[in-house]
Design a protein around this ligand. Sequence first.
Ligand code: FPP
Length: 225
Amino acid sequence: MDGNGRWASGRGLPRIVGHQQGVRAVRSVVKACGAMGVKTLTLFAFSSENKNRSTEEVSLLFKLFLTVLKQEVKKLNKHNVRLKIIGDLSLFPEDVQQTAIEAQAKLSDNQGLTLVIAANYGGQWDIVQATKQVVKAAINGHINPEDITIDSFQNYLSLAGEPAVDLLIRSSGELRISNFLLWDVAYSEMYFTDTLWPDFDEVELNKAIENFNHRDRRYGARKEY
Ligand code: FPP
């Protein structure tokens, strides 16, 4: 969800206003994904590297997460959305962690869209945390290192149990993954748009999906001409 800061500074506004507008974009994209039957939507809300921003911006972002989580739970529940938060939450203030646990528990039985929020998340962190679990299981004798496969390793990653990532969208004109999902995007289609995240809405989402629908997904196989 990139471009909140630029959206705000382009209007002479504080960066946090960009993040607040970004929440409006989140609402519209979550609603649209739910309505069109998307199984899982993963949003990169706070990267492992975002904590290096100014203390003021980081603490305002934490406050925003808390407000959004508290405010939106009822509406998410009404729309049958399940919530999963991935990342190292230990960095977050106690009240944010508690609210995150409660919101996930409240929405855990829902069967509609799974909304995954990546917070203090990094793709490299995810692979390392999975590796730690695998190594511990091997040391404890629960698994044999020789039996580790791509599929079994995947079960330790944060998105275990979710369908493969079909489409990765990056807003704001940057052509990088910036340590978002790494393992998981091995065969994802990528879509880059100049639109800043606060301006990303259902129309922009439909453009991305329309573009995705024309991709030829071969997963490394040769095309027969
Ligand atoms: C990146 O834009 C955006 C963020 C670091 C924060 C995104 C968070 C939200 C929209 C809040 C969502 C909340 C929940 C609970 C889902 P940037 O600041 O890097 O923009 P820039 O590249 O233009 O500076």
